[in-house]
Design a protein around this ligand. Structure first.
Ligand SMILES: C[C@@](CO)(OP(=O)(O)O)[C@H](O)COP(=O)(O)OP(=O)(O)OC[C@H]1O[C@@H](n2ccc(N)nc2=O)[C@H](O)[C@@H]1O
Ligand SMILES: Nc1ncnc2c1ncn2[C@@H]1O[C@H](COP(=O)(O)OP(=O)(O)O)[C@@H](O)[C@H]1O
Length: 278
């Protein structure tokens, strides 16, 4: 059985404003997504028996609920394909970290199987399908830094200078839904236009609620603020800061207190699976 490896990068949100709420309860956002050259690896072997299985289930996540399996099943159902696959996942991104790990794994499975099963769906078709799995999935299929609106599915390409990021991983798993449900969340940020993004003050509207619920996040922000401008990504718990050079980022990592976890990684200009659509 031949397994092929496919990369599933992390994302960070360079700012995140909650501008309203849809009738179905989902929140309207404005955000800037940035890809990082750090992530999970999904290994896939195609089978002809129609079965879909995950050989490396994550602790606490039944295989059938794993976003890789759900993505494969969704694509199989949508395309009426008779083919199947065996999946293996090498997880580096923390669960519930705001780095979009599960969504990125799902996007990678959709793009890889579209290629391996020779389905010929376009990037836009896969983005629409991916939205059924999570609000961040279309961005990973879009495959480059983006200004996003709606619930994150309306995407415009952003060109940003390359940077190095320090990402710290507080020892808490923050369920996205818990932050969006909180009555203290402010939901009335005034919408900005994309052209205003580079000069606007960067803020994450989910950060105050997450820090109140999990004070350890504030502790990690305070520590990182000594070195650069620290912010939380997505609904947390991870926090990040940007640096111009690898050396600066690695110096910060080398000074982490004992038992604190984090990594440094450069920005990623294009998703490695983007070439599958050329
Ligand atoms: C906040 C963001 C920012 O990039 O990222 P994460 O921190 O999760 O990575 C995303 O909008 C998260 O996207 P994603 O993680 O895919 O969320 P989903 O699984 O679609 O949603 C989980 C739950 O959060 C709530 N939710 C999610 C997105 C949104 N715009 N409004 C919401 O109210 C809904 O109750 C939903 O049932
Ligand atoms: N392949 C997967 N990787 C990570 N989480 C997954 C996966 N499949 C299902 N999940 C579930 O989705 C939840 C949120 O995942 P994740 O996308 O990593 O969060 P976030 O977007 O906040 O970083 C996890 O807590 C887990 O229960």
């Amino acid at each position: 059985m031949d397994f092929q490896d496919f990369f599933a990068p992390a994302k960070i949100n360079l700012f995140l404003h909650v501008t309203g709420r849809r009738a179905d309860g989902y929140h309207l956002l404005q955000t800037a997504f940035r890809l990082l050259d750090y992530g999970d690896t999904v290994s896939i072997a195609v089978t002809d028996d129609g079965e879909i299985s995950l050989e490396t289930p994550l602790p606490g996540v039944p295989a059938e609920q794993d976003l890789t399996v759900r993505a494969a099943r969704l694509l199989q159902h949508h395309s009426h394909s008779q083919q199947g696959c065996r999946l293996r996942l090498t997880k580096r991104l923390p669960l519930g970290g705001g780095l979009g790990g599960g969504s990125s794994d799902a996007a990678t499975v959709l793009m890889a199987l579209n290629h391996l099963w020779r389905l010929g769906l376009s990037r836009v078709q896969l983005q629409q399908l991916g939205l059924q799995l999570g609000a961040d999935v279309p961005f990973f299929i879009f495959g480059r830094d983006a200004f996003a609106e709606g619930i994150g599915e309306q995407l415009q390409a952003l060109t940003l200078a390359p940077k190095w990021y320090v990402v710290l991983i507080p020892p808490v798993n923050v369920p996205t839904i818990e932050i969006f449900r909180d009555e203290r969340l402010t939901r009335d940020s005034v919408p900005i236009i994309m052209a205003a993004f580079p000069t606007a003050t960067k803020r994450n509207d989910l950060q105050a609620v997450a820090c109140r619920k999990y004070p350890i996040i504030a502790e990690y922000l305070d520590w990182l603020n000594q070195y650069g401008k620290a912010m939380m990504t997505g609904s947390g718990a991870c926090v990040f800061a940007a640096f111009d050079t690898q050396a600066e980022a690695e110096r910060v990592i080398s000074e982490l207190p004992p038992d604190w976890r984090g990594f440094s990684a450069p920005s990623l200009m294009q998703h490695r699976l983007s070439n599958l659509f050329d």
